[in-house]
Write a protein that binds this ligand. Structure first.
Ligand code: BEZ
Length: 264
């Protein structure tokens, strides 16, 4: 069974608006300049693309979900449906920006090769994703509860949370110069019950479970997590860890570009 995940813009806005609300640091790291052509990779419903437009950028959003692309377009964002592991845009962009998406891409080499091709020489790649240890408690609780029902959930795990050194090596392998990369623990208050988070993001794990049994399974996961992630006032705080980085494609003929790049 392959991991699968669907994106419902209304459910996403209800349970996951914090994802774009907390995007300020990665936007700051990008430091968008007026007039730049920016690709927003995994633009979702376009909230951060709008911020880029507000900074004067010409933005193209790409997202795998037709529903999210429609939501982005309804905000006035130019957006297309596309697969980040098979990006088909060539050499046009001053920057590629991505927030909270790359951890869904289990073939990062393909993503990075596409980002490289999309950037002009000198162009920047600035992103934030889940990093090593991200939502480990949630992941562990899901796997344990599935295990209790005789299901091995490891093959259903849709996420890839790399260490900085591992992702740095992948960026360099494609030819990027890495300007910064860091792991940032960010315990994240959820807007409601952890069940809303699980319904929004952990759909893959539920695939082998009959629909009638899913609410019971989610309730069991919640009770496992309560002592670790729910505070005395009943607020849920997810154990997020971010990996934030800035890299660039060296100018043609620069010493960076000559430094042994493998072709993507
Ligand atoms: C995120 O949106 O950052 C995220 C989603 C699922 C798991 C971990 C992080």
């Amino acid at each position: 069974m392959k991991p699968t995940q669907s994106w419902d813009p209304e459910r996403y806005a209800r349970n996951a608006r914090f994802v774009s609300d907390l995007g300020a640091p990665v936007l700051e790291l990008l430091a968008p300049r007026s007039g730049e052509r920016v690709l927003d990779l995994g633009c979702g419903d376009g909230v951060l693309s709008q911020r880029l437009v507000g900074a004067g950028c010409r933005v193209l959003g790409v997202d795998a979900s037709p529903e999210q692309v429609a939501a982005a377009r309804s905000r006035g964002i130019e957006a297309i449906v596309g697969d980040a592991e098979a990006l088909a845009v060539e050499g046009e962009f001053d920057a590629v920006f991505s927030n909270a998406v790359l951890h869904w891409m289990k073939r990062p080499e393909r993503v990075l090769a596409g980002v490289w091709r999309a950037l002009r020489p000198g162009g920047r790649f600035v992103a934030e994703m889940g990093g090593a240890g991200c939502i480990r408690k949630i992941e562990t609780a899901l796997l344990r509860v599935l295990d209790g029902r005789g299901i091995d959930g490891r093959g259903l795990n849709p996420w890839y949370f790399p260490e900085p050194d591992a992702y740095r090596a992948k960026l360099i392998q494609v030819g990027f110069e890495v300007d910064s990369i860091a792991l940032i623990p960010r315990p994240t208050p959820l807007p409601g019950d952890v069940i809303g988070w699980l319904e929004t993001f952990a759909e893959s794990f539920l695939q082998p479970v009959p629909a009638s049994e899913r609410p019971g399974l989610l309730a069991e996961v919640r009770e496992r997590l309560r002592p670790e992630l729910c505070d005395a006032e009943g607020r849920w705080i997810a154990d997020y860890v971010r990996l934030r980085f800035a890299a660039h494609r060296p100018e043609v003929g620069s010493s960076d570009a000559r430094r042994g790049r493998a072709s993507p």
